[in-house]
Design a protein around this ligand. Structure first.
Ligand SMILES: Nc1ncnc2c1ncn2[C@@H]1O[C@H](COP(=O)(O)OP(=O)(O)OP(=O)(O)O)[C@@H](O)[C@H]1O
Ligand SMILES: [Mg+2]
Length: 274
């Protein structure tokens, strides 16, 4: 598989919000995103997931290290990397189709072509019948689908998604997981997806990275194929309730909880509690 984005020894330090010193949000990250992959990052709050996404998106410049996009250094945001945010970032004064084609309008693509491409992607996310709806009349799941259609409409190589399903109810969330996997298969994008849900991560990833905080590092990596199995058989519950899935879920939960327990122990020691 061809390498699309390659990170070598990427570190990101921020000034500490309180007191002197810095926070090492990313510490020497080495990672390659390859074509066809659905990479999911999982980890406790503050372990650097969003920072990692932001340096790939080009919103942040790492303190040190190198990020290559098809062999060329990333110097800022680009059309080849589409972002879907946790809370939709749609423009409330535009309707669904206008929001979807907005990026193409900024690129100066002629009206008829941008409408056609927007409609194609709205159909992919099941929103063909809602093109004229104002954003505020859509449910949370539908708003996220517009966000996805908008990102797809610019035809990026890579989709970056920061907890895109975090604000949805459990039922909508499961439906959206399935929809995103189908869209991924249909469009052949490389995906980088962040979540706090172990089940979601296992279900969706072809490669799962578990991160730990302070400093932000990748501590575990798994190659998975539950998503491919879902795309074959189409029964998510069957996959999520399988013995293998449950065993992996417990293994990863114990890693994450283990790290949290260590962290509490460290804090206690530093604080000198009796
Ligand atoms: N702009 C910033 N200025 C200062 N510190 C920051 C900044 N952005 C992130 N950090 C710090 O970097 C660390 C990693 O933050 P980041 O947002 O990447 O974590 P995260 O894994 O996405 O967390 P969450 O799961 O809560 O979204 C945190 O300690 C955070 O406080
Ligand atoms: Mg985050």
């Amino acid at each position: 598989m061809a390498t699309v984005i390659s990170l070598s020894r990427v570190s990101m330090e921020f000034p500490a919000l309180e007191g002197a010193g810095t926070v090492k949000a990313l510490d020497n990250i080495d990672f390659d995103f390859r074509s066809g992959e659905f990479v999911v990052a999982l980890g406790a709050s503050g372990c650097g997931k969003t920072t990692l996404l932001n340096v790939i998106a080009g919103f942040l410049t790492p303190t040190s290290g190198e990020i290559l996009n098809h062999g060329h250094p990333i110097t800022g945001p680009g059309r080849d990397r589409g972002v879907v945010f946790q809370k939709h970032a749609l423009l409330p004064w535009l309707n669904v189709v206008e929001n979807t084609e907005f990026g193409l309008m900024l690129q100066g693509i002629p009206a008829s072509e941008r409408r056609r491409r927007a409609q194609e992607n709205l159909s992919l996310v099941g929103l063909s019948d809602f093109q004229r709806y104002p954003i505020y009349q859509l449910s949370g799941g539908m708003q996220q689908r517009v966000g996805l259609a908008r990102a797809l409409t610019c035809d990026p190589d890579m989709l970056l998604m920061d907890e895109p399903l975090g604000a949805l109810d459990a039922f909508t969330r499961e439906n959206m997981q399935e929809l995103i996997l189908r869209v991924w298969k249909a469009t052949d994008k490389v995906v980088f997806f962040i979540t706090h849900s172990v089940e979601e991560a296992l279900f969706m990833a072809t490669r799962l990275v578990v991160m730990s905080p302070r400093p932000g590092r990748i501590t575990h990596e798994y190659s998975l194929d539950f998503c491919h199995r879902f795309l074959e058989i189409g029964d998510a519950r069957k996959i999520k309730s399988s013995t293998e899935f449950i065993r992996m879920r417990e293994e990863i939960l114990s890693i994450i909880h283990g790290e949290e327990v260590d962290e509490i122990a460290d804090t206690t020691a530093a604080g000198g509690a009796p």
